[in-house]
Write a protein that binds this ligand. Structure first.
Ligand SMILES: Nc1nc2c(ncn2[C@@H]2O[C@H](COP(=O)(O)OP(=O)(O)O)[C@@H](O)[C@H]2O)c(=O)[nH]1
Ligand SMILES: [Mg+2]
Length: 216
């Protein structure tokens, strides 16, 4: 809390959308806004800061923030570079490290503390470094209408998923038993899940196959 996330959202949106105060725990619900970066629409979400000692309402905000991290295409991990790093910062870095993320060192207008991790230096207050941050966001945003698979591992998983889907379709067309076809569908789901980090559970398969009438 208080590192300047809401101030940064407002700066990026060019309007006072989120409430900013010097009281930790001001932001509870997620505040969103869209900006265009290099022709790509980027949806920004400002969340509560992740901390353990939040009151009941803020704690719900913290849970939402955790979920937002899991679903974001890019996580902006905002640190207050004028203060020494905290255990919460370290925990957050660990949380964000499994996701595409940028470390943003906010409050570059203040004297800087030692030991704060490297990142993009910005000041939500003065606007310093914001253009640089937008350039980094643009790099991650990719091209309109397409999602880039940049890792060889992801490319392979996507190919595996496509192969499995093809196999499944051919077997369905050949009249193979649907529970056998489902094995290939399951393979495809698992491969895609490895890319997105989501585990497709049996419920997904169940809901797909509940619409089929499997005669046995
Ligand atoms: N000096 C300075 N203060 C800032 C900056 N960004 C935010 N603040 C102040 O830090 C406090 C917390 O800001 P806020 O945006 O509510 O932080 P959040 O809790 O992370 O959303 C407020 O008093 C802001 O005015 C900055 O870049 N420089
Ligand atoms: Mg806030």
């Amino acid at each position: 809390p208080n590192v300047g996330k809401s101030s940064l959202l407002n700066r990026l949106l060019n309007e006072q959308r989120a409430i900013v105060t010097d009281i930790p725990g001001t932001t509870r619900d997620i505040v969103c806004g869209d900006i265009m970066v290099d022709g790509v629409r980027v949806k920004l979400s400002d969340t509560a800061g992740i901390r353990d000692d939040a009151d009941t309402v803020e704690q719900i905000g913290v849970d939402r923030a955790r979920k937002a991290i899991q679903h974001a295409d890019l996580v902006l991990l905002v640190l207050d570079a004028s203060r020494p790093i905290t255990q919460q910062d370290t925990d957050l870095l660990a949380l964000a490290s499994s996701r595409a993320h940028l470390v943003v060192r906010n409050k570059s207008d203040l004297p800087q503390a030692a030991g704060v991790p490297d990142g993009i230096a910005v000041s939500a207050k003065t606007g310093e470094g914001i253009a640089e941050l937008l350039r980094h966001i643009a790099t991650h945003a990719g091209q309109p209408g397409e999602t880039l698979l940049t890792q060889a591992r992801h490319m392979n998983l996507a190919r595996n998923a496509a192969d499995s889907l093809l196999e499944c379709a051919q077997r369905v067309a050949a009249g193979d038993p649907l529970d056998l076809c489902a094995v290939y569908l399951n393979d495809a789901l698992r491969a895609l899940g490895e890319i997105t980090g989501e585990q497709a559970n049996d419920d997904v398969l169940d809901s797909i196959f509940s619409t089929f009438c499997v005669g046995k």
